[in-house]
Write a protein of this length. Structure first.
Length: 74
């Protein structure tokens, strides 16, 4: 829910134009959450901290990739 809300906020503010890979990172984070939820449904316990850190890592990776890409384009 947090990643979705963050993505909506960033779309409204136009931040996705500056960080072109951020949308992809958000989608990867949502996909990772879906996989974790599927694993939890089969009896595998994934701590909430791990779930949050995976989402944050994917978002940070997307932001850093966007910054790197923008610097290469200049």
């Amino acid at each position: 829910m947090f990643v979705r809300s963050l993505t909506i906020c960033l779309v409204e503010k136009g931040t996705l134009d500056a960080y072109i890979f951020l949308e992809h990172g958000a989608h990867y984070a949502i996909g990772a959450l879906a996989l974790i939820m599927l694993a939890s449904g089969t009896g595998v316990h994934v701590p909430e901290v791990v779930t949050g850190l995976i989402g944050i890592a994917l978002i940070v990776w997307a932001v850093l990739s966007s910054i790197s890409y923008s610097k290469k384009q200049q």
